[in-house]
Design a protein around this ligand. Structure first.
Ligand code: SF4
Length: 64
């Protein structure tokens, strides 16, 4: 089960991150708001990332 800290760390390093609230009025997302939880690809805790790269991103984080 993903936790919020991991989702934030993954979102901030993920090249596929796309904010849900993308639009004309949206300014650059606050760094702390960047997380898988605010990514269009996130399908919820059950299905997680639609691109299926969450685990991969998480492993990449651990290498640093
Ligand atoms: S939900 Fe998927 S695409 Fe979006 S930031 Fe997380 S790992 Fe990246």
């Amino acid at each position: 089960m993903p936790n919020l800290e991991e989702m934030q760390a993954v979102g901030q390093s993920c090249s596929e991150y796309t904010p849900i609230h993308w639009g004309p009025r949206a300014s650059k997302p606050e760094p702390e708001a960047i997380s898988c939880a605010t990514c269009v690809h996130w399908q919820g805790e059950e299905d997680m990332c639609a691109l299926d790269i969450y685990e991969e991103q998480l492993l990449n984080l651990d290498q640093t």
